[in-house]
Design a protein. Structure first.
Length: 113
């Protein structure tokens, strides 16, 4: 049996974690509450830093990995990436997190998976 949390539960935990640190979190698109994919758009003071996505690893576990355009990319490329992902995956959760220390948040999130 897979020990993966339902997507809706994991989203709730992420939102509470970010808001408890005094940062901003919002759901841009609600996906399937049980099995929807999660895509995090990480920003700092409105500047895009990275995207994180929960991906299935070869060993059958789920891990957070960077995905999509990085912080040096323009907003047009980010918008195109997000539009394409939401167009092809109706179950996708799209969550924007604006955090004061994005590098630390990314390191903690990817190490915890």
């Amino acid at each position: 049996m897979n020990d993966r949390l339902p997507s809706g539960v994991e989203v709730g935990g992420l939102l509470r974690r970010v808001e408890a640190a005094g940062d901003f979190a919002t759901v841009l698109k609600t996906g399937d509450k049980d099995r929807g994919a999660l895509l995090l758009v990480i920003a700092s003071r409105g500047r895009h830093v990275a995207c994180l996505e929960r991906m299935l690893a070869p060993d059958g576990t789920y891990r957070w990995a960077t995905s999509g355009p990085g912080d040096s990319e323009g907003s047009g490329e980010l918008a195109a990436f997000l539009a394409k992902r939401t167009r092809f995956d109706d179950d996708l959760w799209l969550i924007e997190l604006d955090v004061a220390q994005p590098e630390r948040f990314i390191a903690e999130t990817t190490a915890a998976s």
